[in-house]
Write a protein that binds this ligand. Structure first.
Ligand code: HEM
Length: 201
């Protein structure tokens, strides 16, 4: 099950610890963008397979992530998930997001909007940012065997940067949604107070 992540040696854990408030945003270079687009042509042939492998690995390496998924939290035997229709559908949704991200690499402001909205929806799913870094690492492990000798340390760095870029913005979206919801709750509760006083009078 192991997957050696090479390059600068970012493991899922260290990736998580880098994902802190003061982390500077990931910078995608034209070279990264070129490498990602070229490799995507190969990866896209196997998106359903990659989606499943990625999530089964995520649940194996970080079981706490499984608990966030209402549909999978009670599944003990992860091997059964490999043929689970819902996991396949979920994996495809995530892979289709990656496909859209690759398509927007030349219009980063459009990619930002997409990732910001995704972060907001993850607040509603109760999926906190501390877990996002794991997904890129599992994606890399899932696509390495597909790309075979086309896989290089430079390509790995390019994909890591894309995931750091996207998950950094997702985190912003998550926090924005959290603030919005908190303000709505505060406004509602301060509005309620005078009403209550009125009914008392
Ligand atoms: C790079 C990181 C991630 C990406 C790109 C991603 C992408 C997506 C996408 C595209 C969806 C479909 C619904 C939508 O568009 O709002 C989704 C749903 C969801 N994600 Fe994520 N996700 C990531 C990380 C995570 C993590 C780490 C967790 C849990 C620990 C998680 C939990 C969920 C849940 C609970 C749903 C809703 C259920 C469903 O649609 O089947 N996500 N995610």
């Amino acid at each position: 099950m192991g997957c050696a992540i090479s390059g600068s040696g970012l493991t899922p854990r260290t990736q998580e610890s880098r994902n802190t408030e003061d982390e500077s945003p990931a910078r995608l270079t034209p070279r990264h963008i070129h490498l990602i687009k070229e490799s995507w042509k190969v990866i896209q042939e196997d998106i359903a397979k990659v989606g499943i492998i990625m999530f089964v690995r995520l649940f194996e390496t970080h079981p706490e992530c499984k608990d966030v998924f209402f549909l999978f939290r009670d599944v003990e035997d992860l091997e059964r998930l490999r043929t689970n229709r819902e996991l396949r559908a979920h994996g495809l949704r995530v892979m289709s997001f990656i496909e859209k991200s690759v398509a927007r690499l030349d219009q980063l402001e459009r990619l930002e909007t997409l990732a910001l909205e995704l972060g907001k929806s993850h607040y509603r799913y109760n999926a906190p940012p501390k877990y996002y870094g794991y997904v890129g690492a599992e994606f890399i492990c899932a696509v390495q065997p597909i790309l075979k000798d086309k896989w290089t340390a430079e390509l790995e760095q390019a994909w890591k940067t894309l995931f750091q870029y996207v998950t950094g913005i997702m985190k912003e979206g998550y926090l924005e949604e959290e603030r919005t919801k908190r303000n709505v709750m505060l406004t509602t509760s301060t509005k309620e107070r005078p009403d209550k006083r009125n009914t008392m009078i």
